[in-house]
Design a protein. Structure first.
Length: 183
């Protein structure tokens, strides 16, 4: 864990000196310097004192770097193709367990010729167009502003049944590491 670097970065962003942290926590400057350079590991109670002084949650200091905020800029989105109709998929997130994407469905396009299943849970929000969705024996039609969700382990299919392109925001949660082409 790189707790010391996180403390130093936050301290500098808040325009605080090591002396100010030490004054508030009762820690020595030498000890704080060793903490910030990861040469010593502070106890949980010491970390809590430092976190309180920095006015941040203790849990934030315990997060791994890949667990912290992940940013995907509009012009940096990864774009892939999915399904038999080569649906355009814009990936909006970059976490390991939760994926969010915008999927464009041309008229008549679907996620595949037959329903498919995979790990995880999905939430769909229809941004525009008219969508048909089926999962097992359940099926429904959806329009702009509607949403639906399901456990993806049951075979499912999503299809544009309108005469205009449809856009759907899809979020997929999986307990294991990210998988590609889940929709």
């Amino acid at each position: 864990m790189d707790i010391g670097s996180a403390i130093r970065t936050i301290r500098k962003r808040k325009n605080m000196t090591i002396a100010q942290i030490c004054e508030a926590t009762g820690l020595s400057q030498g000890f704080m310097s060793q903490v910030e350079t990861n040469k010593t590991s502070p106890s949980i109670s010491t970390l809590e004192s430092i976190a309180n002084t920095l006015k941040i949650p203790l849990a934030y200091l315990l997060l791994q770097k890949e667990e912290r905020m992940s940013i995907v800029r509009n012009n940096e989105r990864r774009i892939t193709k999915s399904g038999t109709d080569d649906l355009n998929v814009e990936h909006l997130s970059s976490t390991n367990h939760v994926r969010m994407m915008i999927v464009e469905f041309p008229p008549g396009a679907s996620t595949g010729k037959v329903p498919h299943a995979h790990e995880g849970e999905e939430v769909h929000f229809v941004i525009k167009g008219k969508i048909y969705a089926e999962q097992g024996e359940d099926f429904a039609e959806f329009e702009e502003g509607d949403s639906f969700s399901w456990h993806a382990c049951t075979p499912h299919l999503v299809k544009n049944i309108g005469d205009q392109p449809a856009t759907v925001l899809i979020t997929v949660y999986t307990e294991t590491q990210r998988q590609e082409d889940l929709i």
